[in-house]
Design a binder for this molecule. Sequence first.
Ligand SMILES: Cc1cc2nc3c(=O)[nH]c(=O)nc-3n(C[C@H](O)[C@H](O)[C@H](O)COP(=O)(O)O)c2cc1C
Length: 233
Amino acid sequence: MEKQNWSGGALLAPVPPVLVTCGTMENPNILTVGWTGIINTIPPKTYISIRPERYSYTKIRDSGEFVINLSTTALVRAVDFCGVRSGRQIDKFAATGLTPLPASKLKCPLLAQSPLSLECRIFEQIDLGSHSMFLADIVAVDVDKSLIDHSGKLHLDRAQLLAYAHGEYFSLGEKLGTFGFSVRKKPYYTHPTTQASRNRSDSKSGYGHSKRNPKTGSKNTSVKKIAKKQPKA
Ligand SMILES: Cc1cc2nc3c(=O)[nH]c(=O)nc-3n(C[C@H](O)[C@H](O)[C@H](O)COP(=O)(O)O)c2cc1C
């Protein structure tokens, strides 16, 4: 691959174009944020980077709270709208038909139409240049009940999450694997030396070591479990 060298730029992609709610239930605001991510697993911590000129900036800084609401393909127009119109001029909830809901741990509302909301309490602010970064503890998570099955497992793949890359919005494509699938051990079959079993394990998994169906990611129940549980990021 021949490369052209550029000076540094904010070109990480894709990013989640999340809807950040702030303010109070009586006086809420909402804005779109692309500069966000998880920065620690235990305890769970996140950040958002906001330009000081945003109407939301003072609300977030002064309250010490915000909610990150994951966005979906159904919300794409609202995501764009909330990222190009300011709460200084209009009520974005009224304009988009979005609904604020009371959060469990914060005064700031969450978004009814979002499948998953992270309630965040700020513990540090770092001014970086164009943006000010708010680092926050994720103090609660609110999940759409229809994405949780009877055993309590969350099916985020059913949420139709939205992605943003270099000025364009995208839906997510097909599932290509699950965490750790590339290093799972070769399945052990009753007759492991037969050509048929070799074909079954080698054909689609890339490295021939998957004990899951490479298309669906579901466990192949005909194989003995030999792969060790992989640590989560
Ligand atoms: C896809 C997308 C991502 C954005 N990401 C950010 C961001 O990370 N930080 C930021 O300050 N503004 C970001 N913006 C711009 C703000 O959402 C926009 O200026 C908004 O109108 C601010 O609303 P407010 O004035 O009501 O606070 C983004 C806009 C879009 C469309």
